[in-house]
Design a protein around this ligand. Structure first.
Ligand code: GAR
Length: 198
């Protein structure tokens, strides 16, 4: 057993958070070892980027499965086949079934582009601007059966500027996502490795 948690990152698109974590994990002393990137879309740009870093990257197109349950079972099986210990959601735009989440409870983490508990779900930046909020941000949290809920591990805030659009705000928040997600993943991975050794 190594002192690093075998980690999978699940994506649906660009994968910039995945890359921030994969780059941190290039340090052999880092407590999480990114051994798999999986996407529910064959065209997710992050898959090629992961392969370019030497990480196994697979697509499981959700449309190939007859039901949400069947997709989640295939995904869970792919993770277990690789001895995955920690699952990191990074722009994975699929609601996971309670059965999947129970399987990985305490070992699955997400980043959401809002100051949870505000603005669960989609269009977070447009909703924060529309509401006249003074600030926005991002939240790293453990995944539980309720969508965009679960214990908060890290949060970062940015101001909303008078002429912000959802795009300009999302860029400012994304920079904070890249800053807070890797250390939050490292802290959880270190806890899992310590629990494994105990
Ligand atoms: C990120 O902003 C992430 O917070 C958000 O998708 C983006 C993915 O970007 N996630 C969600 O909205 C999850 N509900 P990335 O692919 O470049 O990391």
């Amino acid at each position: 057993m190594t002192s690093r948690a075998r980690t999978a990152i699940l994506i649906s698109g660009r994968g910039s958070n995945m890359l921030a974590i994969a780059r941190a994990a290039q340090d052999p002393e880092w407590p999480a070892d990114v051994v798999l990137v999986a996407a529910n879309k064959a065209k997710a740009a992050g898959l090629e980027a992961a392969r370019a870093m030497g990480i196994e990257a697979i697509a499981l197109p959700h449309r190939d499965y007859p039901s949400r349950e069947a997709f989640d079972m295939a995904l869970s099986a792919a993770l277990k086949a690789r001895g995955i210990e920690l699952v990191v959601l990074a722009g994975f735009m699929r609601i996971l079934t309670p059965a999947f989440i129970r399987d990985w409870e305490g070992r699955i983490v997400n980043i959401h582009p809002s100051l949870l508990p505000k603005y669960q779900g989609l269009d977070t930046h447009a909703r924060a601007i529309e509401a006249g909020d003074a600030e926005a941000g991002c939240t790293v949290h453990l995944v539980t059966e309720k969508l965009d809920d679960g214990p908060i591990l890290a949060q970062a805030r940015v101001p909303i500027l008078p002429d912000d659009t959802p795009d300009s705000l999302s860029g400012r928040v994304l920079a904070e996502e890249h800053r807070i997600y890797p250390p939050a993943v490292a802290a959880l991975a270190a806890r899992l490795v310590a629990a494994r050794a105990a």
